[in-house]
Ligand binder design. Structure first.
Ligand SMILES: Nc1ncnc2c1ncn2[C@@H]1O[C@H](COP(=O)(O)OP(=O)(O)OP(=O)(O)O)[C@@H](O)[C@H]1O
Length: 380
C-alpha cells in the first residue's frame, strides 16, 4: 500500500499545507503617496519567488512588509498560515522567525564569522553547545567551515555574502528574504554568486523571496517571478512563460525581449507602419497594435520579395557578434546581433517567424516612430 502524506502523523496533507507567505489586498501609502496597491501574492513552501521590477516599483517596500519592518494600511499578511499583519497592525520582525540577506551583507565588522552567524540564535534560549553546533553546521553548508574565526574584513566579497546566507539560515527559518543581495558586486562576481546562491537555495531546499531589478538574476534563481510596475503586480509567471508570453508591452520592454514596433491592419494583413506585411489579418483585434519582434523571430536572409528589407546603418563589434542597427522599410530602426560584419548601406532581408510575434494594444501617443527615436534593441 502506498503511504499518503495525510497518513504520516504530524504532516498535514499537501492541500492544507499553508503558504510560506500570503498577502491579500495589500495597500500602502507613505508620505501621502500610494506605494503599493491591491497586491495579492502567495508562495508555497519549498519555492523561490523573485520580485522583479524597475527602480521605485515597490519591491523593497513589499519585502519590508513581509519582514515586519512596515505595516500595511490595507490587507493581510500570513506567514505559514499565521496572521502577522492586518490593516495598520503588524507583528515585529523578531517575532516572525524569518531569515534575511541584505544588499550590503550587514555583517558586524568587530565580530568573527562565527559570531555573526550565531547572532540570530542569541535571542533564543539555546545552550551554548547547541548554538555552536548550529553555527558550525550553517558554515559547513555554505562551504565556510574553515573560516569561523576570521573577521569579515579578511574575507572576499563572495565569502562575505556566504556568511550573510549562513546567518540567514542558521535558525532554519521557514522563509528567507533576499533584498538585492548582489547589487553591490561587480559583474563577474555577481554572475558567479548567482550560480552559487541558486545552488545553495536548491541544496538547502529554501523557501525564498528574492528582490532584484536584474531579470537574468531573477530568471536564474526563481521558479516564479512576480513583475512589479508602479506598486502593483503586473504579471506572475514562471521565467519561461514571462519570456514567451509577456502580459503587456511594458513588461516586454522591461525584460528587453525584443523590438516593440507600431503596426496597422492593412491590405492582406498586419503591416509595420508604412512598412512590410508582418502577419495575416486575424492575429490581433483592432486596427492598430504594438508588435513585439523577439530576436529569435528574425532570421537574416538574402533580400527578396518574401523578406522584409532592412538597410544597415552602423555596426558595433561586441565580441559575441556584430550588433547592427538596421532601418526597416517604413523607417523603424531595430538592432540585431549578426555573426558577420555587414557593410553600412548594405541591404539585408529579414524573414519573420509569425508565431513568435506577440501583439499588444497600440502604445498611447506613439502611433508613429520619429526618425531620430532610439533604436529598438534586439539581442538573442
Ligand atoms: N519612507 C518613504 N516615504 C515615502 N516614499 C517612500 C518611502 N520609502 C520608499 N518610498 C517610495 O516608494 C517607492 C517604492 O520604493 P522601493 O524602495 O520599494 O522601490 P524598489 O522597487 O525596491 O526600488 P529600488 O530597486 O531602487 O530599490 C519609490 O517611489 C520610493 O521613492
Amino acid at each position: 500500500m502506498n503511504l499518503r502524506a495525510q497518513d504520516i502523523p504530524g504532516l498535514p496533507p499537501p492541500e492544507v499545507q499553508p503558504a510560506a507567505f500570503e498577502m491579500a489586498g495589500i495597500g500602502l501609502h507613505l508620505g501621502g503617496t500610494a506605494i503599493l496597491q491591491d497586491v495579492d501574492l502567495q508562495l508555497p513552501p519549498g519555492r523561490v519567488m523573485a520580485l522583479l521590477g524597475p527602480s521605485g516599483s515597490g519591491k523593497t517596500t513589499l519585502l519590508r512588509l513581509v519582514a515586519g519592518l512596515l505595516a500595511p494600511d490595507r490587507g493581510t499578511i500570513r506567514l505559514g498560515g499565521q496572521l502577522v499583519a492586518q490593516a495598520g497592525r503588524a507583528l515585529p520582525p523578531e517575532a516572525r522567525g524569518l531569515g534575511m540577506v541584505f544588499q550590503d551583507y550587514a555583517l558586524w565588522p568587530h565580530m568573527s564569522v562565527a559570531g555573526n552567524v550565531g547572532f540570530p540564535l542569541e535571542m533564543r534560549r539555546l545552550s551554548a553547545a547547541e548554538r555552536s553546533l548550529r553555527v558550525a553546521r550553517a558554515l559547513e553548508r555554505v562551504g565556510l567551515g574553515a573560516f569561523a574565526d576570521r573577521r569579515p574584513a579578511e574575507l572576499s566579497g563572495g565569502q562575505q555574502q556566504r556568511v550573510a546566507i549562513a546567518r540567514a539560515i542558521v535558525a532554519e527559518p521557514a522563509l528567507v528574504l533576499f533584498d538585492e543581495p548582489l547589487s553591490n558586486l561587480d559583474r563577474e562576481l555577481r554572475e558567479s554568486m548567482v550560480e552559487e546562491i541558486a545552488g545553495l537555495v536548491a541544496e538547502l531546499g529554501l523557501t525564498a523571496l528574492y528582490v532584484t531589478h536584474d531579470h537574468a538574476e531573477a530568471f536564474s534563481l526563481a521558479d516564479t517571478v512576480a513583475v512589479m510596475e508602479a506598486g502593483r503586480i503586473a504579471q506572475i509567471a514562471a521565467p519561461e512563460t514571462l519570456v514567451a508570453d509577456p502580459a503587456s508591452a511594458s513588461i516586454a520592454r522591461f525584460l528587453r525581449l525584443g523590438a516593440l514596433l507600431p503596426a496597422r491592419r492593412g491590405p492582406g494583413g498586419w503591416h509595420l507602419e508604412r512598412g512590410a506585411r508582418l502577419a495575416p489579418a486575424a492575429v490581433a483585434p483592432g486596427e492598430a497594435a504594438t508588435v513585439l519582434l523577439p530576436a529569435t523571430a528574425i532570421c537574416p536572409v538574402a533580400p527578396g520579395p518574401a523578406a522584409i528589407g532592412a538597410r544597415v546603418i552602423r555596426t558595433l563589434f561586441r565580441g559575441d557578434g556584430h550588433l547592427a542597427t538596421l532601418a526597416l522599410e517604413g523607417g523603424h530602426e531595430i538592432q540585431l546581433l549578426l555573426p558577420r560584419r555587414p557593410v553600412p548601406g548594405e541591404m539585408l532581408g529579414l524573414r519573420i517567424s509569425e508565431p513568435q510575434l506577440r501583439w499588444f494594444p497600440p502604445a498611447p501617443h506613439r502611433s508613429f516612430p520619429h526618425p531620430s527615436s532610439p533604436s529598438e534593441r534586439l539581442s538573442p
